[in-house]
Structures are given as C-alpha cells and as structure tokens.
Write a protein that binds this ligand. Sequence first.
Ligand code: PEP
Length: 254
Amino acid sequence: MTRRILIAGNWKINTRSAAAASLAKGVVEAVGKSPAVEIALCPPSVYLSTVSEVTAGTPVELGAQNLYAAEDGAFTGEVNAAMLTDVGCQFVILGHSERRQLMGETDACVSKKLHAALAGNLTPIVCVGETLEQREADETESVIETQIRGSLEGLDEARAAGIVIAYEPVWAIGTGKVASKEQAEAVHAFIRDLLGKMFTPGVAEQIRIQYGGSVKPGNAAELLSQPNIDGALVGGASLKAEDFAGIINAAPAS
Ligand code: PEP
C-alpha cells in the first residue's frame, strides 16, 4: 500500500501579513506545478486568507493550527471548522504539544475537535508525543497509546483511514534534538500496530503518520525513507521557503 508523503509547515505565531504572503509565494515557486509529495502550509488563522490567495490554484494546500468544536454561536475568540473550510483549509492540526501543555488541551478535547474537523470536511492532523521524562522512564509507548486511544475516541473505521497522525516527541520540538531514524521508526511502527488493533490492519495501512521535531533539510531524507514515516510536520524550518523546499525535495517519491 502506498501512502502519499505529506509535508506540512506549522508556522505557529510567526509572520505578519506581508511576510506570510511572501513565504507562501516562495514555497509555491520552489515546489513547482507537480511536486512528488503533498504539501500544506499552516499559517496563523488571521493569515489563512492571505496565504490562500497565494496558494489557490497551486498544489500547495492550506491547514489551520487549531479549531473550536462548535457550530456558530457565542464562543468569543474562537474559529470553527466551517470558517476554516470557508477560507480554503483542507487540514487542521489538533492536539499539538504546545496546546496540550500551554492551553491544557486533553485527549477528550482533541477527540471533540477531531469529530468537528471531520464533520466539516477537514483532514485532522492529530499530534501525539512523549516528554523527555516519559521517554527516560520507558513510558513512551503507554503515553502514545493513551493519547491515541483518547484523541481518536468514537472514530469509526470508515473515517479513520483519512486522518493523519503526527508523532512529535516533545523533547524534539524546537530544540534541535531530532529523534534518530531508528527511534522515530520504532514509535511509528508501534502506532501503526496500535491503529491496526483499534480499527483493522487494512485501515492502519492507509493512515499517514508524520514525524515532527526539528526536521531540517539535512535530516529529512533519512527520516522520510523509513517504512512507517509518511511525512513531516515542520515548525522552525517551515519559516524559510528554501529550508521547507529542501525538506520537500528530500522526500522519496511516493
Ligand atoms: C512543531 O511545532 O510541530 C515542530 C515539529 O517544530 P520544530 O520543527 O521547530 O521542531
């Protein structure tokens, strides 16, 4: 089964409107008309429309960094799935470790958002990952299993195949400490096996599992060539078109 590699750039709260447009233009120009892999940019929500104007009609897709799991109504400051699709999003990142740690998002909260995303025709990129303390205490697999079972609560087989999981060890995010290809592949293989038990092995084979955590042009090729690594969620290196393009170009054709 061939899973198409997905490289997504998580801009977090970086750029301003002019910089967002220019970064998006740089990526569009660098990747050309028919890139070998799927590519998405996830700018801050206030710049989604700005980036969408640049990426419309190109192979570069758009993603949001979060959503609020409710229909229109009295939820001051929030943005829902319908708004994200309205401005051109195909993807939404959910449960990023920064949101789990800084905003107190729980697995139950991620699960609500997952269902809202799917109901709104967005592809959720569900982030999971262990802290350094958890890895050192040999808890990586149990932490990941709890996060995945909780975040995917209530998801049926038919919809599961279309979601994306991002394995992002917390100790590797923004630290320059990348997981070795062996460390990353071992966790990805564990996740696929778990998904096979939760759904079916056939469904698990279809679910894309990205790696995230200090991915750079220089380490992307070895990570992306692992059998269970189906793409990258890129933070810092997605803020320079040249570096992001370097990661895209390092991916094996899928
Ligand atoms: C991220 O924030 O999802 C991420 C992986 O960041 P970085 O690439 O900077 O480690």
